[in-house]
Design a protein around this ligand. Structure first.
Ligand code: SAM
Length: 219
């Protein structure tokens, strides 16, 4: 891993597992269903500037670009190894994406740059302080009226996901997600509207989708 700022958790926790990330997500988590749902929820208009935060190997970024070819897509990740995979996947796909290596809690963008930010399975890689700093940074780089769309581990809604989440909470930094704290962190970071919009079950635990809006100054 190329980052100076510890702690940092790569895509599958250990660098040597990174090449297995795409097969695990595709076959193990059936990523297509929740990534397509997140794209639909984000309601992206042509020419919007969109940031895929913690883009990893770029699967969601590419789907976003293919679904919205007129949008200006940016993918940011802290890990150069996953970005190399993302760049290779995008090459020859006919879509244009700007890839940037950077850290979510110190984003290399000006205020009010993006109309949409997506964050798929990345917030549970951050400890509580990093989550809060990241959400404040996302609020800063969103333009007024802009929206953050998240899919990540969330509180269990069924007895099955409750029991699975007893194990999941020991993985990475998932505990705050499973305890349902993301909406509170979003509100503390300045977002005006925050909502859990849906939830689903995977073999590694419960996922939730969230939508959060940066209030329009005029509104
Ligand atoms: C589980 S992967 C998710 C990748 C992709 N969004 C997806 O849905 O497949 C989490 C990603 O977040 C990245 N990441 C973790 N901490 C980060 C940080 N502080 N800033 C930027 N990226 C980070 C990791 O390198 C990894 O690629």
């Amino acid at each position: 891993m190329t980052n100076q700022t510890a702690p940092y958790i790569p895509a599958l926790r250990f660098d040597w597992l990174t090449p297995l990330y795409d097969p695990v997500l595709k076959w193990g988590m059936q990523e297509d269903r929740f990534k397509q749902q997140l794209i639909a929820q984000a309601a992206i208009d042509p020419h919007m500037r969109v940031l895929d935060l913690g883009c990893g190997t770029g699967t969601l970024t590419l789907l976003l670009a293919q679904t919205h070819p007129q949008a200006r897509l940016h993918g940011l990740d802290g890990d150069s190894a996953v970005l190399d995979i993302a760049v290779a996947k995008a090459r020859g796909s006919g879509v244009e994406i700007t890839w940037t290596q950077g850290l979510s809690f110190s984003l290399p963008y000006l205020d009010n740059t993006f109309q949409r930010v997506t964050a798929s399975l990345m917030l549970h890689h951050l400890n509580r302080e990093q989550k809060r700093r990241t959400l404040r940074e996302v609020w800063r780089v969103l333009s007024p009226g802009g929206e953050l769309h998240i899919v990540d581990f969330g509180p269990p809604h069924t007895p099955l996901t409750f029991w699975v989440s007893r194990i999941t909470r020991h993985l990475e930094e998932t505990a705050d997600n499973l305890d349902g704290l993301l909406p509170a962190f979003l509100a503390e970071s300045g977002f005006a509207e925050t909502a859990e919009t849906d939830h689903l079950t995977t073999f590694v635990g419960p996922l939730s989708l969230y939508r959060a809006v940066k209030a329009d100054r005029a509104g």
